[in-house]
Write a protein that binds this ligand. Structure first.
Ligand code: PLP
Length: 404
């Protein structure tokens, strides 16, 4: 028999979302016919918009012709798309050859962990998107799970709570090789200002760390004065990788397309180029993003596509506004939902799994318990605004009834 990878056994309670699905199914088995609305998993619901669809379907048709057929593409992505991402998403702050197009930000996170290797030490915001911690566990970068603290030994959890405006106290943070930093944040919905981001970049420069900046929600930032990319900060190119995604802004969660930026300036301790090593990883572990998806993205980045992207984002942010206004009226302490499609709600006097069970049992609503994102998430629920408008309105009515 083959020995199981011992790191797999360290992972906690499978993964947050399967556990939520299990509890939901258990509830449905006991309450058949209950009409559950999900304010849970951050999947998109709105159809892909017409101009972006043209990009996708045009490529599908071309693939069926002798002249238009293409097979494997460049592992780094279409040059035209890499240049367009640099121009449209980064205003020329980076070059096309620093952009690597991929099948999404989550798989890129996993491949980055392979790049860093088992000896790398990591820091995460607490709470944070669970993939950073779980991929670190799988790679063997951590010690065992500390039940008492609800965290893994060896990982630096940087507390981000309403009390510190969701920005970690970096004076208290231990130096690590890698700092995962998600902005706007999943799950809290918080977005940092330029001063805070500068502080983070300076912290990484001082410590010779690499920041992995996850900007999967950057297009949701509604205030022009807030930074969207980490490269807006001077000196970031020597210390930061940015991963990002077409999933949320244009509904490509199922189509699959994202990218990673590795600046040419970024070097490992021995002077080797991180960009070169990443190229080696991508040419070895990845065979290039779907040509159909890439043509869809090219359409998304032209004038009409950008307009459609804005409309899609506005729809979700309006949903967030509806949930936020109602929850605030009911007296809840609500964060996020302005620069991100997530709301972070404090539920006083309850653990987050108790709050989850109450919302499910009494209002037939699926939410995400904050503890699933890290120990500082205890006592909070994450609500997603990525649903259909009618369902969001119905969910809000149910919450209002629950409070009566
Ligand atoms: N990063 C964050 C912070 C996310 O919330 C998500 C998806 O929910 C992803 C990455 C995954 O992106 P992708 O669909 O491109 O893999």
């Amino acid at each position: 028999m083959v020995k199981r990878n011992p790191n797999m056994a360290k992972l906690q309670s499978s993964y947050l979302f399967p556990e939520i699905a299990r509890r939901k199914n258990e509830f449905l088995a006991k309450n058949p016919g209950a009409k559950i609305i999900s304010l849970g998993i951050g999947d998109t619901t709105q159809p892909i918009t017409p101009h972006i669809m043209k990009g996708l379907s045009g490529e599908v048709s071309r693939l069926g012709t002798k002249k238009g057929y293409t097979g494997y593409g460049a592992e780094q992505g279409l040059k035209e798309l890499r240049d367009k991402i640099a121009e449209k998403m980064y205003d020329g702050l980076i070059e096309g050859d620093e952009v690597f197009v991929s099948d999404g930000a989550k798989p890129d996170t996993a491949r980055l962990q392979v790049l860093f290797g088992s000896n790398a030490t990591i820091a995460v915001q607490d709470p944070s998107y669970p993939v950073y911690v779980d991929s670190s566990v799988i790679l063997g970068q951590t010690g065992s799970y500390n039940q008492e603290k609800s965290q893994f030994d060896g990982i630096e959890y940087m507390e981000c709570t309403p009390e510190n405006n969701f920005f970690p106290d970096l004076r208290k943070a231990r130096r690590t090789d890698i700092i995962f930093f998600c902005n706007p944040n999943n799950p809290t919905g918080a977005a940092v200002n330029a001063k805070q981001l500068r502080e983070l970049v300076n912290f990484a420069r001082k410590n010779n760390s690499i920041i992995v900046y996850d900007s999967a929600y950057s297009q949701f930032i509604s205030d022009k004065n807030l930074p969207r990319s980490i490269y807006e900060i001077d000196g970031a190119k020597e210390v930061a990788i940015e991963i990002s995604s077409f999933s949320k802004p244009i509904g490509f969660t199922g189509v699959r397309l994202g990218w990673t930026v590795i600046p040419n300036e970024l070097k490992f301790e021995d002077g080797t180029s991180v960009n070169k090593d990443w190229n080696r990883i991508m040419t070895t572990l990845f065979n290039g993003a779907s040509n159909i998806a890439q043509q869809g993205a090219l359409s998304a980045l032209d004038e009409k596509g950008m307009k459609e992207m804005k409309q899609t984002i506005s729809y979700y942010l309006e949903n967030a506004g509806i949930i936020r206004a109602s929850m605030e009226k009911l007296g809840y302490e609500v964060y996020g939902g302005v620069h991100a499609p997530y709301l972070w709600v404090r539920i006083p006097g309850k653990t987050s799994w108790q709050a989850f069970e109450e919302f499910l049992g009494k209002a037939h609503l699926v939410t995400i318990p904050g503890i699933g994102f890290g120990p500082s998430g205890e006592g909070f629920l994450r609500l997603s605004a990525l649903g259909h408008r009618e369902e969001v309105k119905e969910a809000v009515k149910r919450i209002e009834r629950l409070m009566k």
